[in-house]
Design a protein around this ligand. Structure first.
Ligand code: MOS
Length: 738
């Protein structure tokens, strides 16, 4: 029946986006709008003694200044969390300063310029204390995080039985990173007779609603959150942060709508970051490459007031067979804001360590890196013993290697050149778990024969509008041009947040289900109708295409049915959610990343020349947006490998990197067009539509693949990201040669 699913349909919202018709959260017109500007702490730790806002309050256009001296009331404490994605907030309920650039005052004025100017006039008096900034010095205080559900901080399976021929014991580090979606965080909050309306940059409108309602003391139905378009999320928009709550509180105090948009520099502090990590991998193997022990320990920084564990070792718990698998996660407290999810949390950083270690092990065993991985290929989840719902990883290795030309690789480092440039070929495995949450959707057939389908959700740039239109069209037997899909409003049926690569699986299953239900309803109505050409037909044999229900020569359109029955619409609702499949199966997307780098032996500049990836992701809903998702992940991984890093000032606890001039991300010239192949894969276990999720898979293994290619090019093993030229120039193995 599927005719649209799988095709490379252009984004249905593409025209709206390129013409500017698409409304992002900061762009909704509100009458009588006031503008807010944040005042941020200039110390890394201490207390606010007093806030002198006299000059600010006298400045032109200023409506109010809020601060710990003039707080706004909350219904529950800002440190009371209800959901795992909730964050402890800094909304002037106390005088504690926990990190640099923490919100310490909010100025609201008639215009943005007036608010910004007046914010500069606020003088905050502090009692500073010494911030904690030295990660390495704090390692002796590392502690185990509270175990998240299904994710203990320690794991051990099996016993080492054989005598290893070689053992690797290596430590890898990854730096602080900041997400930097193009669209900054923004909130417009407006109170009306029905309660609070919030246009917010959020990856989870229903979570946002729940959090705001709890903090403001409202029933959830008195809060409406709208997010029609997001200019990227990547995890930092997965929680409700302080600025959103401050905007809502200020709007309530002032009895007028308030808009608060974060400046780029303000995003390097209070809306989360990727925690830095220190990871040790101990890997011992027999002569033939069989793993005897794989031990992965990870320590990541968190804030001083909240635990956030970057689950780096998750990948090690499921990727390779080993006689013994051991993992451990710990935390270190620093005077920063709380870290948060960032594209493939844990898996991105963790796979850098694990997949670099596998490359190092292969080199010391004089084995091909793919051979070593195949030698330890896990036929079942090595930690739980459960079978995989589907796993095309072998095929990913084979197809990726073939497209890349891996067989032509000469294994010795520094053995391949292009003129004066060193050429390196590296590879790594990609893996990301399948996630899914409870989702619902509503669909209506209209008298003109078209359909409207809605489901709360949010499109964080991934293509949700487009793939849901395709799924609905196929289920209803309509061309995509006859289906309008809408999302992004808590007045619509509830869905989970868009994180963990779960939206297509979760919302897609509900959309498919509601489409099936509505199609069946129309068919049932027709076959029961004495005036229908289909009267008396077996409903299970009626098929619908192009809006026409047909059984052999008998047929009737949806439009004709609704017209004759004088129905203004025919509608259905459906819910879909996970069952017990995770009890019996391990469910993951997999892939193989292949990279060619060119390294200039004089400047040590690394350029990525080629990228080949092959992925098994279950059903591909849209060949074009799926490829774009993988490409986005790869580019993100390339940035992680070579460029991205936020530097924490050890004296002040301020992130010194604070704009896109200092925070380097790849630009077009840094990125070759990746060669992306999807391995055909049918998975009947994961969900009704066989979708495994693709938003985060592309970044996993990516940094390791680059590091492995750099080693192959130069003979230099860089275990500390990002791989900047100084790390290839400095002293270390291979230094003289380069
Ligand atoms: Mo993603 S880091 O789960 O938004």
């Amino acid at each position: 029946m599927a005719t649209s699913v799988g095709t490379a349909l252009d984004r249905v919202d593409g025209r709206a986006k390129v013409t500017g018709a698409a409304r992002y959260s900061a762009e909704f017109p509100e009458e009588h709008l006031a503008f807010a500007a944040l005042v941020e702490s200039s110390i890394g730790k201490g207390t606010v003694r007093s806030v002198d806002d006299r000059d600010a309050r006298r400045a032109p256009g200023v409506l109010a200044v809020f601060s710990p001296d003039r707080p706004m009331a909350l219904a529950i404490p800002a440190d009371k969390k209800q959901n795992p994605q909730d964050r402890i907030l800094q909304v002037f309920q106390g005088r504690e300063v926990e990190y640099q650039r923490q919100p310490v005052a909010l100025v609201v004025a008639e215009t943005l310029e007036q608010a910004t100017f007046a914010a500069a006039l606020v003088r905050v008096n502090y009692s500073p204390s010494k911030p904690v900034t030295d990660f390495d010095a704090q390692l002796s205080n590392a502690y185990a995080p509270t175990p998240a559900e299904g994710r203990p901080s320690q794991s051990r399976s099996g016993e080492p039985r054989s005598t290893p021929a070689t053992t690797l014991n290596a430590t890898y580090t990854t730096p602080f990173e900041h997400h930097n979606p193009m669209e900054p965080h923004a909130t417009i909050a407006a109170w009306g007779p029905d309660g609070l309306l919030v246009y917010d940059t959020t990856q989870g409108i229903f979570n946002d609603r729940k959090r705001l309602a709890a903090l403001l003391g409202l029933p959830p139905e008195k809060v409406r959150v709208v997010t029609k378009f997001l200019g990227g999320g990547f995890g930092c928009k997965g929680s409700t942060w302080s600025h959103t709550v401050l905007a809502a509180l200020a709007a309530r105090e002032l009895k007028r709508p308030v808009k608060l948009v974060l400046e780029r520099t303000q995003m390097f502090s209070k809306v989360g970051h990727r925690a830095n990590t220190r990871q040790r991998v101990v890997a011992s193997a027999q002569r033939d490459g069989s793993l005897v022990l794989l031990r992965h320990e990870s320590v990541n920084s968190t804030s001083e007031f909240e635990d956030f564990s970057e689950p780096c070792t998750s990948v090690t718990r499921m990727l390779y067979q080993s006689e013994c698998l051991e993992t451990e996660q710990r935390l270190v407290r620093l005077s920063t804001g709380t870290p948060t999810f960032m594209r493939a949390p844990g898996q991105a950083s963790g796979s850098f360590a694990l997949e670099s270690a596998m490359d190092e092990l292969a080199f010391s065993l004089k084995m091909d890196p793919i051979e070593l991985r195949l030698k330890n290929y896990a036929e079942r989840d090595p930690s739980s013993g459960k079978p995989f719902s589907s796993k095309a990883l072998r095929e990913c290795y084979r197809v990726g290697a073939e497209r890349f030309g891996w067989a032509r690789r000469s294994p010795e480092p520094r053995s391949m050149r292009d003129g004066r440039l060193l050429v390196g070929w590296g590879m790594a495995t990609a893996a990301y778990p399948v996630n899914r949450g409870q989702a619902s959707a509503r669909a209506r057939l209209l008298p003109d024969g078209t359909a409207e389908v809605v489901s709360g959700s949010q499109d964080i740039g991934t293509g949700t509008y487009t793939v849901m239109t395709q799924l609905a069209a196929d289920a209803l037997g309509l061309p995509v041009s006859q289906v309008r899909f809408d999302l992004g409003d808590t007045l619509m049926p509830e869905t989970p947040g868009s994180g963990g690569s779960q939206t297509a699986a979760s919302v897609g299953s509900a959309v498919r289900k509601v489409g099936d239900a509505l199609r069946s309803k129309a068919i049932a109505l027709a076959v029961a109708d004495a005036d229908s050409p289909l009267h008396g037909a077996d409903p299970s044999r009626v098929v619908v295409s192009n809006g026409t229900m047909a059984l052999e020569a008998k047929h009737e359109t949806y439009a004709a049915l609704l017209a004759r029955r004088r129905l203004p619409e025919l509608s259905a609702e459906a819910q879909a959610g996970p069952g017990k499949e995770k009890e019996s199966y391990a469910m993951h997307s997999f892939g193989a990343q292949f990279v060619e780098v060119r390294v200039d032996p004089d400047t040590c500049e690394v350029r990525v020349a080629r990228w080949v990836g092959a992925y098994g992701v279950g059903q591909v809903l849209n060949a074009k947006t799926a490829r774009s998702q993988l490409m986005g992940g790869i580019v993100f991984g390339l940035g992680m490998a070579l460029m991205e890093r936020t530097v924490l000032d050890q004296r002040t606890a301020r992130f010194m990197t604070q704009d896109l001039a200092d925070y380097h991300v790849p630009v077009n010239l840094d990125v070759p067009t990746p060669d992306i192949t999807f391995i055909a894969e049918t998975d009947h276990v994961v969900n009704e539509i066989g979708v495994k999720g693709i938003g985060e898979l592309g970044i996993t293994g990516a940094a390791a693949a680059v590091a492995n290619a750099v080693f192959h090019a130069t003979g230099r093993r860089v275990r500390d990201l990002p791989i900047t030229p100084d790390k290839l120039l400095g002293p270390g193995p291979g230094a003289a040669a380069l």
